[in-house]
Design a protein around this ligand. Structure first.
Ligand code: SAH
Length: 211
């Protein structure tokens, strides 16, 4: 799988090493284990999916991690991406709106012996202000626009990576209808970049889509 990710353009050795340290099969149902190392999104319950390894790697790379600092993840889902981030940041704070998914992710991550991931069940479009500012924020669901609280919780020089647009249709919609946006905080201002098309389930919440 690592070679496939490299061939698809993932250049960060640090990110590839982190992906290599996380057994993806631990995050999917037994029936799907055979598919765990294919580069595809898979169902995890509550009509949600574990993200495709390529996009997990790409988003992690866009955070420019140096192994230190705090990261915030919105959309814990299976916990797979949080586990990858746990090897790229000192502490990872992960927010999920479905209690069942958050609890299962916590169990999986604890069973792997990972101790620097912290979980909260909440509407993550508000962020998690208690531990702000963050060096990196990654949103694993698409929003109509960048939620202002997330920008406020970014550290100076910090990066926020989020899929934007798409009408809230999620994976059942047509095509890659969202744009992967990166916001970099620069003092009082921000820089906004676009990094291609992508497809995520909708961010449902106050600064997301209505559920
Ligand atoms: N990072 C996950 C991908 C999960 S898919 C993984 O590696 O498995 C996106 C997740 O975002 C879903 O679990 C969904 O329930 C969650 N989500 C959607 N809107 C949310 C919100 N407002 N706050 C927190 N989580 C949200």
């Amino acid at each position: 799988m690592l070679q496939a990710l490299e061939e698809k353009g993932i250049g960060s050795r640090r990110v590839l090493d982190a992906i290599g340290q996380v057994p993806r099969e631990a995050f999917v149902d037994e029936a799907l284990r055979a598919k765990a190392y294919s580069d595809a999104a898979l169902p995890i319950g509550e009509r949600q999916t574990i993200s495709q390894p390529w996009i997990v790697a790409r988003m992690a790379e866009l955070l420019d991690p140096d192994g230190s600092g705090r990261a915030l993840e919105i959309g814990t889902g299976s916990g797979y991406q949080a586990a990858v981030l746990s090897h790229l940041f000192e502490q990872v704070y992960s927010v999920e709106r479905f209690p069942s998914l958050s609890r299962r992710a916590r169990e999986t991550i604890r069973a792997l012996g990972i101790e620097n991931v912290h979980f909260k069940i909440f509407d993550g479009s508000y962020g998690w202000s208690e531990f702000a500012p963050y060096g990196g924020i990654v949103v694993a669901a698409s929003a109509p626009e960048v939620p202002p609280p997330l920008v406020e919780q970014l550290d100076d020089g910090g990066r926020l990576v989020i899929p934007v647009g798409g009408g809230g249709s999620g994976p059942s919609g047509d095509g890659d209808d969202q744009t992967l946006v990166r916001v970099i905080r620069e003092g009082p201002g921000v820089r906004r970049e676009e990094h291609g098309r992508c497809r995520f389930v909708p961010l449902v919440g106050r600064f997301g889509w209505t559920g």
